[in-house]
Design a protein around this ligand. Structure first.
Ligand code: CA
Length: 271
């Protein structure tokens, strides 16, 4: 019943859009106000229609503008041609997989947040997804509300990390050598004047650790700092980011271990 209603709803929506685009084509001189562009645009790439439908419904009713594609190649083209604020990618797609899609998207220079939809118990998928720069994942079967909540948290974080994380090393004279420098306005962290090539999560993690060098943060504190306080507990996700962050820092300085593991507690940054 719900699905039938959803289909009806989206058929109507599609018709309305058709009408709207027809109108736009016939009055191209008049630029309609930016009402449309103010809604965050989300590209859903998912081959299961029912899953896509529930996401479209949940996202639309929360003020987002979702677009659905079922394959990765058309998705890449779409992402190259149009501006999106967010991507929700399934991992198993008929013409490739979500990982490849994300890699190609990042290689094209796009930095939009991406959330993966992963199959149940496929922990390896979750870890790989985060390693290659996804912002988060949800495990199927999921509640569409949860996805919407995650999308909101990530978009909020993206908006605030660029604006409000303070730069601790820039003016710090309290014994911290400025070997790391955080420039929030560029969303970039430098190690000895070299910009580090970090995923968004690695960046958020390092920026957070840099706020209080030497302080030990628990995995839960780090999860809350990167995602949100109701993120399902997953210490492995933090361990994965720490691992990739360490290896990137190692390439800058193989002789120093910047991140210390405190067994049973968590991690700290040593500078
Ligand atoms: Ca699939």
């Amino acid at each position: 019943m719900f699905i039938a209603l959803s289909i009806l709803f989206f058929e109507n929506l599609a018709k309305q859009r058709e009408n709207a685009s027809y109108l736009c084509r016939s009055i191209t001189v008049i630029t309609l106000p930016e009402a449309k562009t103010q809604k965050p645009r989300i590209l859903i790439v998912e081959d299961e229609k029912e899953i896509a439908d529930t996401l479209i419904y949940a996202l639309s009713s929360e003020g987002f503008e979702p677009t659905w594609l079922s394959r990765s190649q058309p998705a890449l083209k779409e992402l190259a041609e149009k501006s999106y604020d967010f991507g929700i990618f399934d991992i198993g797609l008929p013409d490739g997989n979500g990982f490849e899609l994300l890699k190609k998207l990042r290689a094209s220079g796009s930095d939009i947040p991406v959330l993966f939809l992963t199959a149940r118990n496929e922990e390896i998928d979750r870890i790989v997804g985060l390693e290659i720069g996804a912002d988060d994942y949800v495990v199927k079967p999921f509640s569409p509300r949860e996805v919407v909540a995650r999308v909101k948290v990530i978009l909020k974080r993206v908006a605030t990390t660029s604006a409000s994380i303070s730069a601790p090393t820039e003016q710090t004279s309290e014994g911290i050598k400025p070997i790391f420098e955080h420039r929030p306005e560029q969303r970039t962290i430098f190690y000895q004047h070299i910009a580090l090539d970090l995923t968004r999560a690695e960046y958020a993690l390092l920026a957070y650790l840099m706020e209080q060098p030497g302080r030990v943060f628990s995995r839960r504190q780090l999860i809350e700092a990167i995602w949100s306080n109701n993120h399902p507990s997953d210490d492995r996700a933090i361990d994965t980011h720490i691992k990739t962050l360490r290896s990137k820092l190692k390439t800058q300085n193989p002789h120093q271990e910047f991140i210390t593991t405190h067994r049973g507690f968590g991690y700290s940054l040593t500078v």
